[in-house]
Design a protein around this ligand. Structure first.
Ligand code: NI
Length: 137
């Protein structure tokens, strides 16, 4: 096994510790390894480039300079992938946006990455559903 050192903010570490206690891990390392395994499994599900639908959701602060405009422009630039969006005004600053996407796996991931890596976008989640899998059921 390799040993690495990571820097993590206190709030995030508290979440790791809470999950660790709730799920009964005996060490932070084991808890974090399992979280990384979950991510690895998720990454594997995202491999391939067949037709997919996806639900992308995220929270952002619409008072962040030009952010709302940039997010809208990004979706307009990909109108062929963006099926529909729902916008919820959570409070005075924060907005929740849920967008249904449809297209090749890699294109949906690329669009999602472009949106979710913007500074000021939080709690992002992309749920990709490969359409080819339906025919295997
Ligand atoms: Ni809003």
């Amino acid at each position: 096994m390799e040993r690495i050192t990571i820097t993590i903010d206190a709030d995030l570490l508290r979440i790791v510790d809470t999950a660790m206690n709730r799920r009964g891990y005996t060490s932070r390392s084991e808890a974090i390894r399992d979280m990384i395994r979950d991510t690895a499994a998720h990454e594997e599900a995202l491999s391939g480039d067949g037709p997919c639908v996806a639900v992308l959701d995220y929270v952002y602060d619409h008072t962040t300079r030009t952010l709302a405009q940039r997010l809208t422009e990004e979706l307009h630039d990909h109108y062929d992938l963006s099926v529909a969006s729902m916008h919820v005004h959570l409070d005075h600053e924060r907005c929740l946006e849920t967008t249904v996407l449809r297209g090749p796996n890699s294109a949906l991931q690329k669009l999602s990455d472009t949106i979710t890596t913007q500074r000021g976008v939080h709690n992002a989640h992309l749920h990709i559903i490969p359409l080819n899998k339906f025919s295997d059921d």
